[in-house]
Each structure stands twice: as structure tokens, then as C-alpha cells.
Design a protein around this ligand. Structure first.
Ligand code: SAM
Length: 282
């Protein structure tokens, strides 16, 4: 392999093509995994530094003139509208698509509550979405579909001008989860994601000049024992279906860390990258 290979989109497509077939990535495309966390997802966003990052990303887009009363947005894998709900008051129309019926239900409830009428929600798999409609901005935040560059090809097709992505730029470091993984599998966790580096290089290889910036994250949650156990087993379910023995291990690890009030401090450290592309930039 030569250095020139590293600069070609083909290299990144074939490199990530292997990762896209790993079961840990494919499991991320299954709607039922997201359905089970849909009702607590907005709480997670509000109570961790992820919520601050979401606001910063939207304000960066606003400062660049990407959001405005004449602009349309497609939010791919929108979840419960983490970004769409903030963007909607600034633009003409937002279309949200997500594979999880429960995430879309959360979004629709929030739209009603906020009386937002310019957001359309579609419950569908992005890989089979066939509309020919184009949007000024195509946005995708923190969805495992970004581990499969075919998803990015489809986003580029639907974007009239701008593409904005937020994705992992480093491993997910959570001591409790790493210990559970080690005890449940007998191995150390190998970080699976093709991550933002691959997204950036792929776009560069296609001839674009994207911008990239990084956000360090420390997500601190204080959860009751049962919620923490469910959360850890949910994380594990991307790697293997948790067995009754895995549940026992998770209980033991969580009990060891519980405060007198029965609460666990769950801390995750990671890095995210924001990638922004203006297809019409000189
Ligand atoms: C971590 S959440 C991100 C939600 C939101 N974009 C955010 O940043 O908070 C990942 C989302 O990707 C969605 N997803 C996974 N595979 C998908 C697919 N093939 N098509 C559409 N959505 C998908 C899930 O349902 C889930 O809502």
C-alpha cells in the first residue's frame, strides 16, 4: 500500500466495508435496540455534556449561514429530534428519518408539545429510503449508519449544498462497561468504529475539502442500580446477547460501586468530531 492509497476514497470504502459487516455495527441498525432507550434518550442528552455539544453544533451551523428561513434540512437517524427540535425554529422545513418507531414517537410527542408544525417524521431504514427530494442541509448525528460509507453516499446524493456529521473520534471509555465486557467475554474490548477519521478521509478522497473539529466529552450520569444494570447490558447487547450470567456480573459490578443511597456514578469519556462540508465551496 502506498501513501497515495490512503488519500483515495476507494481505500476508505474497502477499509470500512469490512467493518460495516461486523455484527457489532449491523446490530446498531436494528430498530428494537433503539426502541428500548427511546424514552430515556432526551434525559441523557439534557443531563450530560452531549446536550452542550448539540447546542454548539447548531450554533456553528447557524453562524455559517446554513440555517435560515429559506433552508430545508434532512436529519438522518434523527432519534427523538435531538438536533431537529433546535433547528426547526430557524429553518423552513425539517424532515426527520429514523428506523426506530419508539424514537419517532418521542419526536412526534415533543413536536406537539412545542407546537412545531414544520417538521415531518418518517419511520424508515435510511438504506432503503428512496425519495428523490433534495435538501439544503443533510445532517446525521451519532448514528452507527455512519460506520457504513454507503450511508454517506446516500446523504451526499440528497444534499443540495451542505453536509454535516457528528460522530465518534475516539474510543468510548467507561470503566464499568469495560469491566463488564472483559468478564463477560474474557477479552479486552476492541473499539469497533470506523469513526470520523474514515468519514473525513473518504470525503477528502472524493475530492471535497471538509472541515473537522473535535469535542472532548465527559458524560456523567447518576443512576439507580437497576437502571445502570440495564444500561450496561444494553451496551453489551451490541457485542453479544447478554446471558443470565452476564446480568449477574453486571449486578455485582454495579453493587460494588453503589453509594449508600443506591446510586451509581457512571462516567464515560470519549471524543466526537464534527465534520462540515459545503459542496459549493471554492
Ligand atoms: C445514538 S442515536 C442518535 C440520535 C440523534 N441523531 C442524536 O444525535 O442524538 C442513533 C439513531 O440511529 C438510528 N438508526 C440506526 N440505524 C438506522 C437506519 N438504518 N436508518 C435510520 N435510522 C437508523 C437509531 O434508531 C437511533 O435513533
Amino acid at each position: 500500500m502506498s501513501f497515495a492509497d490512503l488519500l483515495s476514497s476507494d481505500f476508505w470504502k474497502s477499509y470500512t466495508g469490512e467493518a460495516a459487516e461486523w455484527s457489532v455495527v449491523r446490530r446498531g441498525f436494528e430498530s428494537h435496540r433503539w426502541d428500548v432507550i427511546a424514552d430515556s434518550y432526551q434525559d441523557f442528552v439534557r443531563s450530560t455534556s452531549y446536550g452542550e455539544t448539540v447546542k454548539r453544533v447548531v450554533s456553528i451551523l447557524q453562524a455559517k449561514g446554513v440555517l435560515g428561513p429559506d433552508k430545508t434540512v434532512l436529519d438522518v437517524a434523527s432519534g427523538p429530534g435531538t438536533f431537529a427540535l433546535l433547528m426547526a425554529p430557524m429553518v423552513s422545513r425539517v424532515t426527520c428519518i429514523d428506523i426506530s418507531p419508539a424514537m419517532i414517537k418521542e419526536l412526534e410527542a415533543e413536536l406537539k408539545k412545542r407546537r412545531l408544525t414544520n417538521v415531518r417524521s418518517i419511520c424508515q431504514d435510511w438504506f432503503t429510503y428512496e425519495s428523490e427530494e433534495d435538501f439544503d442541509l443533510v445532517f446525521c448525528g451519532m448514528s452507527p449508519i455512519l460506520d457504513d460509507l454507503r450511508a454517506l453516499d446516500l446523504m451526499l446524493k440528497r444534499s443540495r449544498r451542505y453536509l454535516a456529521l457528528l460522530y465518534w473520534a475516539g474510543p468510548y471509555e467507561n470503566d464499568l462497561f469495560l469491566r463488564l465486557y472483559r468478564e463477560a467475554t474474557g477479552e479486552e474490548l476492541r473499539w469497533f468504529s470506523a469513526n470520523a477519521v474514515a468519514l473525513f478521509n473518504y470525503l477528502y478522497g472524493l475530492g471535497y475539502l471538509p472541515e473537522i473539529s473535535f469535542f472532548k466529552q465527559t458524560w456523567e450520569l447518576e443512576l439507580p442500580i437497576e437502571e445502570e444494570v440495564s444500561y450496561l447490558l444494553w451496551c453489551l447487547s451490541f457485542y453479544k446477547e447478554p446471558s443470565p450470567l452476564d446480568a449477574q456480573i453486571a449486578h455485582r459490578l454495579v453493587q460494588e460501586k453503589a453509594s449508600e443511597k443506591g446510586l451509581i456514578k457512571d462516567v464515560t469519556r470519549t471524543k466526537l468530531a464534527f465534520i462540515f462540508l459545503d459542496k459549493k465551496a471554492d
